[in-house]
Every structure is written in structure tokens, then in C-alpha cells.
Design a protein around this ligand. Structure first.
Ligand SMILES: NC(=O)c1ccc[n+]([C@@H]2O[C@H](COP(=O)([O-])OP(=O)(O)OC[C@H]3O[C@@H](n4cnc5c(N)ncnc54)[C@H](O)[C@@H]3O)[C@@H](O)[C@H]2O)c1
Length: 396
């Protein structure tokens, strides 16, 4: 273990709180890091729940006010594992306090918020990162390598779909994900933000966008007693209800700067699709396909193969020559969802010590927000919307 340490504060102690805690714990055990993350303090709203969380994951202390956390002199890194409406305020305060920032996606509620976060982080000179963790899936990194090597050639098509099914039941409660004030948008921001980031990473910048959104369920039971009742299987219909204020599905069509065209589908209404984050890329020399539910595999078709042996091959991305894979288990001993978070933490710690930028950073996150926001404008007007030229979104 390295002697140098970096103290981490995590804000938000539920789903992402767990995934991030695991990553802060594991990173230095599997990767040769220049510094060891120390789980210094966990912050949530209820002392009892945060204490249990901290004890389980090994956080040294707890706080219940994020403002205190970002101001602490013994904190180097602020990890934002909160719903989107809190990202801006916490990130700006953390940057002003000189903390490096590891922030969940979608980066913010709007391009304006994302811009303010980028400006604050840039002025502070801190390392900033938006957790589009799927970039660091070995199969996705391999896709990037294959494309960089020219094995796909000129890209013609991107086809992305991020599909889940966890709110198909109309009695699923009105959680923060379903309210505009807390989530900004529905699957458009939650899921398409990942897909747009992957498309930026693999294909390039987007030039214009059109979009169609749909709402399937207008109101849902309020969380609280209703949610508990729902989980217990009692759907008597006596719960108080509130309006769903985000879209339930989003379909985007884009034109990339390099001339490729693409589609993006995001929904939580696809029964049987649990977390199907998939993309297909078709180019002049070949094609690629990835599906997160088969995340150790990459499908590759090469037009350079002999004509009588052409066909999609399935690459099991677990060899030492594959990105990140050699740090884990012997070939064929597959990895899972949580490993992408460990990869992100490992690279983030290295970036801090090396004083280099981390990707995707707040510039990249803001670029994603720009496409998503333009798409919502397009959905409202029915028109195709041009995206501001990438050079106008200044790199930090
Ligand atoms: N990268 C991924 O794969 C991925 C997956 C799921 C969620 N996310 C993102 O992570 C973020 C958090 O999502 P989640 O699923 O963990 O949500 P969650 O609802 O499971 O957890 C959010 C936590 O924040 C806490 N919280 C809310 N307000 C707070 C405050 N003022 N101070 C302290 N704590 C507060 C809540 O009590 C809760 O514990 C969201 O932006 C979401 O889009 C990313």
C-alpha cells in the first residue's frame, strides 16, 4: 500500500454510496496507486442510517450536513453520490474549498448548472470527474482501442439503447427519479446521459439532434408509507398520489460532426430489460456491439476476415492484454458492475497525484448536458436543434 493518502468524504449513502464505498476500498488493493484513499467521512441526512452505513463500509466518521463536510480541512476529495438537484451546490462549494470532485451523473439539472460547476472547478484547479462509469468497462475500452486502430474504419451508424423495467408497475412510488425538481428529466438524463457520453467517447461530438419523448403513467403513489406498502406487496389503491413530472421514455436521433448518424433510446418501461445498456457501431471496415448485461463480452465483425469465415465474433474481454482486466483475475474469471467504479477511482486517484485531467471531466459532462438539453428543446418544438460547436464548450 502506498504511504501517501487522500482523505475522501462521501455525500449520499444509498445505492451509489455503496458502489462508491466499495470502489474506494478496493482500488488500492488491485491497482498500483500512487496514494491510498482513506474513507474519512460519510454524510447523509439521518444520523442513525449514516452511522450504520459508515460502520458497514469502514468510514471513520459521519456528518449530517454536507456544507460542514466540504469545508473540512481533513478532506481532499468530495464524492457526490446524491440525486442530481444537489450536484451543483455541493460541487461548487467543494471546488471553492479546494477539494477534488468525483460527481455522479447526470452532471446537473441544466447546462447552466454544469457550466457553473465547470467554472468553479477550473478556477480552483482541482481534478473533476463525472461518473460515466461505463467508459471504464474493459469491453468498452477494447471497443475504443479497436476503433482507434482503424479496424472499424469510418463510422456510419451509432445505435444506442438503455432500457430498464423497474417502473412499469403504475403503483411504483413517486421517488425523486420521477420529479423534475430533483431529477431534471427521466430516463433521458438518467440513462441517455450514459449513452451520450459513450457516443462522445467512441464516435465523436454531436452536431444536431431531434427527439421524441413519451409519458405513460401520469401519477403515482407518494413515497413514504405508500412506498413501504408497495414493497410489502399491498396495492390496495388507498395511497395518496402525486404527478409524475418527467418523461417516461426518450428517443433521440443525432447527426455527428464526423457525418455519422445515431439513435438513442432510453426507457424504464421495457419489461425484461433490467439494465440493458447497449450500443452498436457500424463502420466501413467492421462493426461492434456491446451489451452491459453481457459486460465481459464485445461483439466484433471485421470485413477483413476471409469472406468464407466472416461473422460476428464474441471476444471474452478478460485477457491480461485487455484494458484493466489483467489487474483482476485469470482469463475467463469474469468481472461485474462494481468493477467499473473501482477503475474510475483508481484513475481518479492517479490523476490527482499526477496533476492531470480525468475523463470524463466536467467539460465532458457539460457536453453531455448540452446534447440532452438541446434534445428536450427539440422534443418540445418538434424541430431539429443544432448543438453549439464543441470548441465553444471550453475545455478546462
Ligand atoms: N453511475 C451509475 O451507474 C449510477 C447508477 C445509479 C444512480 N446514479 C446516480 O447517482 C446519484 C445518486 O443516485 P442513487 O441511486 O444512489 O440515489 P439514492 O436515492 O439511492 O441515494 C441518494 C442518497 O442521497 C441522500 N440524500 C438526499 N439528500 C441529501 C442531503 N441533502 N444530504 C445528504 N444526503 C442526502 C439520500 O438520503 C440517499 O441516501 C444520482 O445522480 C443518480 O443518477 C448513477
Amino acid at each position: 500500500m502506498p504511504e501517501k493518502t487522500l482523505n475522501v468524504a462521501i455525500i449520499g449513502c444509498n445505492f451509489m454510496g455503496k458502489a462508491h464505498s466499495n470502489a474506494w476500498l478496493q482500488a488500492a488493493r488491485f491497482f498500483d496507486l500512487p496514494a491510498r484513499p482513506v474513507l474519512k467521512v460519510a454524510c447523509g441526512r439521518q444520523a442513525g442510517a449514516v452511522t450504520r452505513f459508515a460502520e458497514n463500509w469502514g468510514w471513520q466518521g459521519i456528518e449530517t450536513d454536507w456544507r460542514k463536510v466540504v469545508g473540512r480541512s481533513d478532506v481532499d476529495i468530495v464524492d457526490i453520490a446524491l440525486p442530481p438537484h444537489l450536484h451543483h451546490d455541493v460541487a461548487v462549494a467543494a471546488a471553492k474549498a479546494g477539494k477534488h470532485i468525483f460527481c455522479e451523473k447526470p452532471m446537473a439539472l441544466s447546462v447552466a448548472e454544469a457550466g457553473a460547476m465547470l467554472e468553479a472547478a477550473t478556477q480552483a484547479g482541482v481534478v473533476h470527474y463525472v461518473n460515466h462509469n461505463y467508459r471504464r468497462t474493459p469491453a468498452v475500452q477494447l471497443a475504443k482501442r479497436v476503433m482507434n486502430d482503424g479496424r472499424i474504419g469510418r463510422v456510419f451508424h451509432w445505435r444506442g439503447a438503455y432500457q430498464q423495467d423497474w417502473i412499469v408497475d403504475p403503483e411504483f412510488p413517486l421517488t425523486w427519479h420521477l420529479q423534475k425538481e430533483t431529477a431534471g428529466t427521466g430516463p433521458h438524463g438518467d440513462l441517455n446521459s450514459h449513452s451520450v457520453d459513450l457516443a462522445h467517447f467512441l464516435v465523436g461530438d454531436v452536431k444536431s439532434v431531434s427527439c421524441l419523448t413519451a409519458s405513460f403513467i401520469d401519477e403515482r403513489p407518494l413515497p413514504g408509507a405508500g412506498a413501504a406498502t408497495f414493497r410489502a406487496g399491498n396495492r390496495a389503491g388507498t395511497m395518496r398520489r402525486g404527478p409524475v413530472t418527467v418523461e417516461d421514455a426518450s428517443l433521440m436521433q443525432v447527426e455527428f460532426v464526423n457525418g455519422a448518424i445515431g439513435s438513442f433510446e432510453a426507457t424504464r418501461f421495457a419489461p425484461g430489460r433490467k439494465n440493458r445498456n447497449t450500443f452498436e457501431i457500424y463502420g466501413s471496415n467492421g462493426s461492434l456491439q456491446f451489451d452491459l448485461e453481457r459486460m465481459n463480452e464485445l461483439q466484433f465483425f471485421s470485413r477483413s476476415d476471409p469472406a468464407d469465415a466472416q461473422g460476428f465474433r464474441t471476444i471474452l474481454v478478460t485477457e491480461p492484454c485487455h484494458p484493466y482486466a489483467g489487474k483482476w483475475w485469470p482469463p475467463g474469471h469474469t468481472i461485474g458492475y462494481e468493477h467499473g467504479f473501482v477503475h474510475a477511482v483508481a484513475d481518479f486517484v492517479s490523476a490527482i497525484v499526477a496533476k492531470t485531467p480525468m475523463d470524463p471531466d466536467f467539460t465532458d459532462g457539460m457536453k453531455v448536458m448540452t446534447v440532452l438539453e438541446a434534445a428536450m428543446t427539440a422534443a418540445r418544438s418538434g424541430a431539429r436543434v443544432r448543438i453549439a460547436a464543441p470548441e465553444r464548450v471550453a475545455r478546462a
